[in-house]
Design a protein around this ligand. Structure first.
Ligand code: COA
Length: 159
């Protein structure tokens, strides 16, 4: 059984993440979408809220489980006995950063491989901060996040 982990901060989940998750769910028997704290960032949504939004947009994927984890990614990977860490790559900047992370993770734990999946055209320039910025000015989120979570984002940003 191939177990994969797709980690991120998902603050909030975007169509770019969903693209990677749907494609990864086809090649893994079980996929953990793991919500992490990125210490470099101050989140808009709480951990629980991020999990709820993910649950709503990923309900159609039977082999996907959404979990929250604090600490190192490799500790989670070991805990669930995962074979693969999936990382989405949008451009060469992602590659530079992700290559370094993959290397560090491998030094800490070599029981899982990092696999890079290129983003699909159309969602390549998306990020959670772009979504938050557009929502702040009440812009149209249709191309960026599924309709079923748009109100949550506007409400949260509007206070
Ligand atoms: N489509 C759309 N957006 C994407 C994307 C995709 N395929 N892939 C990434 N992004 C966005 C993210 O939403 C994020 O946007 P933001 O900066 O506006 O929030 C940005 O691109 C960066 O993504 P990523 O590099 O995946 O960062 P992240 O904050 O989402 O996740 C962790 C980083 C949580 C995976 C990483 O910090 C981690 O592993 N933390 C645990 C501690 C640890 O083990 N550290 C590593 C030690 S070497």
């Amino acid at each position: 059984m191939r177990i994969a982990v797709y980690p991120g901060s998902f603050d909030p989940v975007t169509k770019g993440h969903i693209d990677i998750i749907e494609r990864s769910a086809k090649i893994a028997d079980k996929l953990y979408v793991a919500v992490f704290i990125n210490n470099e960032k101050k989140p808009l949504f709480t951990m629980e809220e991020r999990k709820q939004l993910l649950r709503r947009v990923l309900g159609h994927l039977d082999n996907v489980e959404i979990v929250a984890f604090e600490g190192l990614l490799v500790n989670f990977v070991k805990q669930v006995n995962a074979d693969v860490i999936i990382k989405g790559l949008r451009d060469s900047k992602d590659f530079e950063y992700e290559f370094q992370m993959a290397h560090a993770n491998r030094i800490m734990y070599d029981g899982a491989e990092t696999l890079f999946m290129p983003s699909s055209p159309g969602v390549q320039y998306l990020s959670s901060s772009i979504v938050r910025e557009i929502a702040r000015y009440n812009g149209n989120l249709d191309g960026l996040v599924p309709e079923c979570i748009q109100k949550d984002i506007y409400d949260k940003i509007g206070g």
